[in-house]
Design a protein around this ligand. Sequence first.
Ligand code: URA
Length: 241
Amino acid sequence: MRLDKAVALAGLTRSEARKAIAAGRVSVDGQSARDCAMQVDPARVRVDGAEPVPTGEVYVMLNKPAGVVTATEDRKLPTVLDLLPEALRRRNPGPVGRLDRDVTGLVLLTTDGQLAHRLISPRWKAEKVYHAKCEGTLAVRDVEAFAGGLALSDFTARPARLDILEAGAAQSVADVALTEGKFHQVKRMFAAVGHPLIELARLRIGCVALDPALAPGEWRALTEEEVRGLRAMCGMEERES
Ligand code: URA
C-alpha cells in the first residue's frame, strides 16, 4: 500500500498524512520515509516513532481462521481482537455479529456502534453470504426448501438463497445468502434438509466481500467506499470528514 495511505489508516486525512511525511515524522522499519508513493506494509510504519493510533472510527475486516473465537476476550482461546495490532486493539472495536469457533472468513470489527447494530439487525436485511461444504447431494428441493423459509425447532428462517456449486455423491458445495443470523443458523438449516455441514466460511456482509488478498488471520482497514456502502445500506447519513 502507498505510504500516505498507510499513515492515513491511523485516522488522519490524506493531506494530514502527506504533511506528516513531508515533515519527516514518518519512518518505515526505522528509516525516515519521505516518498508518499512508496509501497509499504502498514504494520511497519511509525509516526513520531510510535505505531500510529487511529483517532477516527475504526472499520476493519479480518479473515478469521478456525479456532479463533469472535469475542473481545476469552480466558482460554485466541480472539479476533488478538489478531489486530495493539494500536487498533486499544480503540476497542467490536465484532459485527459472530462466527462460530470452527467457522472461517469475513469478520467486520468497528467502533461504530450504530452501524454494527444495524448490520446485525434483521430490520436492515444486510445480506450475509457463506460458502458451505456439506454431506450428501444437494438438489433443487433443497434450493426450494431454503427459498421457502425453513421451519427450525424454535423459529422459521427467512427465505434464503442457496446456489449449488457442486453436487457430488458424498459431498456438495454451495453458497448461501441469508438476511438474518441466529445462533448456528446456517449449520441448523443444512442439518434440517439432511445435509450436515462439513465446512463453513463467510464471504460477504452486504456490499463488503472478504478481500482475497487476506490470508487467514490477516486484516485490513475498510476503504472509504466500503464504509460508505455499508452505512448507506443501513440508512445512515454520509459523515462530514
Ligand atoms: N451460521 C452458523 O451456523 N455459524 C456461523 O458461525 C455463522 C452462521
